[in-house]
Design a binder for this molecule. Structure first.
Ligand code: NDP
Length: 452
């Protein structure tokens, strides 16, 4: 049977675009791609990229204060949201243009339309066009979800925050994950009065306990009014704001409520069930290690599969898919030892096992250093950095590294290489320190603080 395309990709985010480009330019495939919103997906349009620009913007407040401590005579300034957000939108337009050019240059035909599956080899676009394809790749990502709570729609999600016409004076952020904690720091830095409610005992569940503690303490010191063991019980529109009653009985009125209570894979209404594709308990597409679904012609990558929801992982999955299907070289994406950074303030980054995870598996040594970095300390700040290595007692391998510090994300990228190569504590020890830096602590920790 002759198909219209060798590959049709549904979703033009980082993963889908990478798969389409590799399949077309390296695999010689005829590729079509449909995107219903904007090319670039969550990461470029309403995630990592605008978020990081907002992190940069928000950090200037402390930098100006610190500059005075370093002898600079500066006048007090004010942050202009509309000026910044206008420039941010221009930057996103520019990046979207780059994504479109990359697809054009790779010879991919793309459609600004929603696509749904008609069967295992057919897609129908919202324009009414119907195409057949030998292979279909679903890379539709995910979306933020609101909790089941009366009047939850008075609140906004991370999708809306980049589009605000003006910044609220006060905001309540609900959640304790990546997005909640990152936006608490951003908005606090931009001068918004931030309250954060997290239902559990400590924010950033799943990360190393000690590192989470340092982040929470740092966020509070910088001005975030963080309440753990707390959730919204009631919310209503009142007196030009949103009135909240918490599960602990606390009442407050804020200008805005941001729900950062998790994300759900975009699988609804895509025709997946009709095509016989297995959907998991969290609404995700179930795939094997080559990202293939139970319907052999249909593959899925990225957040829609709910494996590790990070852009670089989706890109790896997209490239591995194209390598496997169009270059005759089966490659399973590697989900082990994925480094990541959480752009909280203070910033946190991690690779490998937390102390808690590692000690459930084997006997370990924990090396840890907590100190006031020179740059901040000179400016009179109490900020503390944390460097932590979790080491196997038996093999001496470093099983995990956790950093809370300025530039933690930059550091973990490099430590991640060593750990991925199987570096031992002794390999770290025989590496000479770079002085004076924050990261030198990683190679100068002599005695374990705890052993199991
Ligand atoms: P997370 O799953 O990380 O966090 C969701 C938070 O909401 C948790 O604290 C959860 O609590 C809480 N929550 C869930 N349901 C409710 C409810 N009904 N009421 C109150 N609280 C609730 O999701 P995010 O949306 O923050 O991020 C999604 C994913 O996006 C991340 O897992 C990550 O993979 C990715 N991401 C990565 C970033 C990075 O790399 N820097 C940045 C942003 C996102 P509990 O812990 O109790 O379940």
């Amino acid at each position: 049977m002759a198909f219209d395309y060798d590959l049709f990709v549904i979703g033009g985010g980082s993963g889908g675009v990478r798969a389409a480009r590799v399949a077309a330019s390296e695999g010689g495939a005829k590729v079509g791609l449909a995107e219903e919103y904007r090319m670039g997906g969550t990461c470029v349009i309403r995630g990592c990229v605008p978020k990081k620009l907002m992190v940069f913007a928000s950090e200037y407040r402390e930098m100006f204060d610190d500059a005075r401590a370093y002898g600079w005579d500066l006048e007090d300034g004010a942050f202009n949201w509309s000026k910044f957000s206008g420039r941010m939108r221009d930057e996103l337009d520019r990046l979207e243009g780059i994504y479109r050019n990359l697809l054009t240059n790779a010879g991919v035909t793309f459609y600004d339309a929603r696509a749904v599956l008609k069967d295992a080899h057919t897609v129908e676009l919202s324009t009414g066009e119907v195409f057949t394809a030998k292979h279909i790749l679903v890379s539709t990502g995910g979306h933020p979800t609101l909790p089941e709570l009366a009047n939850a729609d008075l609140g906004i999600t991370s999708n809306d925050i980049f589009l605000l016409k003006e910044l609220p004076k006060s905001i309540l952020i609900v959640g304790g994950g990546y997005i909640a904690c990152e936006f608490a720091g951003i908005l606090n830095g931009l001068g918004v009065q931030v309250t954060q409610y997290y239902r559990g005992a400590q924010i950033l569940r799943g990360f190393d306990d000690e590192a989470r503690g340092v982040v929470a303490e740092g966020m509070r010191e910088k001005g975030v009014d963080l309440h753990v063991g707390t959730n919204i019980m009631q919310m209503e529109k009142r007196d030009g704001g949103i009135w909240i009653k918490s599960t602990t009985g606390r009442e407050c009125t804020v200008d805005q409520v941001l729900f950062a209570t998790g994300r759900t894979p975009n699988t609804a209404g895509l025709g997946l069930e009709e095509a016989g594709v297995e959907i998991g308990r969290w609404g995700e597409i179930v795939v094997d290690k080559y990202s293939q679904t139970n319907v052999p012609s249909i593959y899925a990558i990225g957040d829609v599969t709910n494996r590790i929801s990070l852009t670089p992982v989706a890109i790896r999955e997209g490239a591995a898919f194209a390598e496997t299907v169009f270059k005759g070289n089966p490659v399973a994406p590697d989900h082990d030892l994925v480094p990541s950074a959480i752009f909280t303030q203070p910033e946190m980054a991690t690779v490998g096992l937390s102390e808690e995870e590692a000690r459930d598996i084997e006997k370990i040594e924990v090396y840890c250093s907590s100190f006031k970095p020179m740059q901040r300390s000179f400016a009179g700040r109490g900020d503390r950095a944390l460097m932590k290595l979790v080491v196997s007692k038996e093999t001496r391998k470093v099983l995990g590294c956790h950093i809370v510090s300025d530039h933690a994300g930059e550091m973990i990228q490099l430590v991640g290489i060593a750990i991925k190569m199987g570096a031992t504590k002794e390999d770290f020890d025989r590496t000479v320190a770079v002085h004076p830096t924050i990261s030198e602590e990683l190679v100068t920790m002599k005695s374990p603080v705890r052993t199991t």
